[in-house]
Design a protein around this ligand. Sequence first.
Ligand code: ADP
Ligand code: MG
Length: 154
Amino acid sequence: NSVVDGYLKDEQATLALGATVARHLPSGGVIYLLGDLGAGKTTFTRGLLNGLGHIGRVKSPTYTLVETYTPTPVLTLHHFDLYRFGDPMEWEDAGFRDYFGPDTLCIVEWPEKAAGALPPADLTLQLTVEGTGRHYCLTAGTPTGTACLRTIST
Ligand code: ADP
Ligand code: MG
């Protein structure tokens, strides 16, 4: 099945979803995070990074556009927040193309802002405010993503 969805009743649940995805993830790939400001995209990323073994802060890369982590000696994770991204030329100038590759994990908030420049997502997480919590929907965009979702849902 290529869709997994459910309800996250509080911040802990969003962190736990991140940790669950971390456990099933291949060491390279692209995850898009969709949802309004405050939906929980950075919270999910923090849960995922903690699940991979990262200890310490996870700050929102709102102004820097990207923060890079090495949660284990063999894994590089780039966390993008493209909310303030406007100029497609900047993508090339900053060398962001080189951030994506088989050996890096890229998590992208606001991928819509760089549509066309970004590689396709293996997984897309949509977060929507619902009551006091969040509804989430994970969809696969590639065979890698489908395989990942299959292990999450079983
Ligand atoms: P975004 O990166 O999408 O703008 P953040 O991850 O910064 O959003 O989260 C915004 C707020 O939402 C935080 O205060 C966080 O604690 C809260 N939050 C995250 N997940 C949930 C949830 N499932 N239910 C309620 N609040 C949540
Ligand atoms: Mg954020």
